[in-house]
Design a protein around this ligand. Structure first.
Ligand SMILES: [Zn+2]
Length: 213
């Protein structure tokens, strides 16, 4: 289900409402997977009108597909960089928490944050090549899975990369520019911010011994 679509004639993303009011012959594309979608259930009282993927879609924005797009452990490890990342986390755990919480619209339980780190450890995601402390919060969030509806979080929500960012485990080969926030009723593109003050200088790492083996 989706409520936004890409118009390839101007390469812009439009809401369903706007689309229905404005376009007649344009083809709506899913902005995440680039597949053609169609508008369904218009006028139905049971189901909200939405952009519908073709049957058998592999789009990661479709909830049933989510588990197919969980991050895989890196096949080629960058151990040195991974240890730096881990040491940075140790020193800056509260900064990392704050950043993740900010991305998650101000709602993140400590337990969830802890689970995010545990899950990342299980998959050794620290050792992805080119992982940086700026991309780390986003990778942790995408890796976590579905954040359930709780107080202050109106519905289940999960975060994904573009479909073509998956594939091989070296998805970080390219610089990540955005992730997608997905709920049953919304699709929102979130630009990564690479604000310089988020970056801790390299020398911090030299004071910390590796804590993770
Ligand atoms: Zn799609």
């Amino acid at each position: 289900m989706g409520f936004k679509a890409l118009n390839k004639t101007d390469n812009k993303i439009y809401s369903l409402d706007y689309w229905q009011r404005t376009f007649t012959n344009e083809t709506p594309y899913c902005p995440v997977c680039d597949e053609i979608t169609e508008i369904r259930a218009a006028g139905s009282v049971y189901m909200k009108t939405h952009f519908f993927h073709k049957k058998g879609t592999y789009c990661p924005s479709v909830r049933e597909n989510h588990s197919k797009y969980e991050l895989l452990p890196p096949t080629e490890r960058d151990t040195k960089n991974g240890e730096k990342i881990i040491n940075w986390i140790r020193v800056n755990i509260s900064q990392l928490y704050t950043k993740c919480k900010k991305i998650l619209n101000g709602r993140l339980r400590f337990k969830e944050f802890s689970d995010m780190l545990v899950k990342a450890k299980e998959k050794n995601i620290w050792f992805y090549k080119n992982l940086t402390i700026n991309t780390l919060p986003y990778v942790l969030i995408v890796n976590f899975g579905v954040y359930p509806k709780i107080d202050g979080r109106r519905e289940d929500v999960w975060y994904i990369f573009d479909k073509d960012m998956y594939g091989d485990t070296l998805f970080l080969r390219n610089k990540i520019t955005h992730i997608w926030k997905v709920t049953e009723s919304e699709l929102e593109r979130i630009e990564l911010d690479y604000i310089p003050q988020d970056t801790v200088p390299d020398y911090v790492w030299t004071y910390v011994k590796p804590f993770y083996k």
